[in-house]
Design a protein around this ligand. Structure first.
Ligand SMILES: [Zn+2]
Length: 113
């Protein structure tokens, strides 16, 4: 079992790793920001962690810097205003009609003939 620890890479190398592993969006610099759909945080390329085996036995992986967030590059979208507005809208949209649990059982006054 390989112990995967965040690697300390030079900026240039890290950018290369990001470009290689993130097939969904182009990284031009580590200053670029991404919005993580999994944890809802804006992360920068600089913050993203590269984990893997320094000996190269394990494929490198890039992970979200947020504790416990297991997103993959696909979950990182460009933080446009549109994207950033989404979670707020979703939060406001919690007016889903709840099923009426109260089911008043009418007191059946069965007449005694
Ligand atoms: Zn995340």
């Amino acid at each position: 079992m390989a112990l995967l620890a965040p690697l300390e890479l030079a900026e240039k190398d890290k950018l290369q790793v990001l470009q290689r592993l993130d097939k969904f969006r182009t990284w031009r610099s580590l200053d670029e920001k991404r919005y993580c759909l999994a944890c809802g945080k804006v992360i920068s390329g600089e913050q993203i962690q590269v984990i893997g085996d320094t000996r190269g036995n394990e494929p490198l992986r890039v992970i979200c810097p947020t504790n416990g967030c297991h997103s993959i590059p696909m979950d990182w979208v460009r933080p446009t205003d549109e994207v950033l507005a989404k979670p707020m809208l979703a939060a406001e949209r919690c007016d889903v009609p709840a099923p009426h649990l109260q089911d008043p059982t009418p007191e059946s006054s069965t007449a005694s003939r």
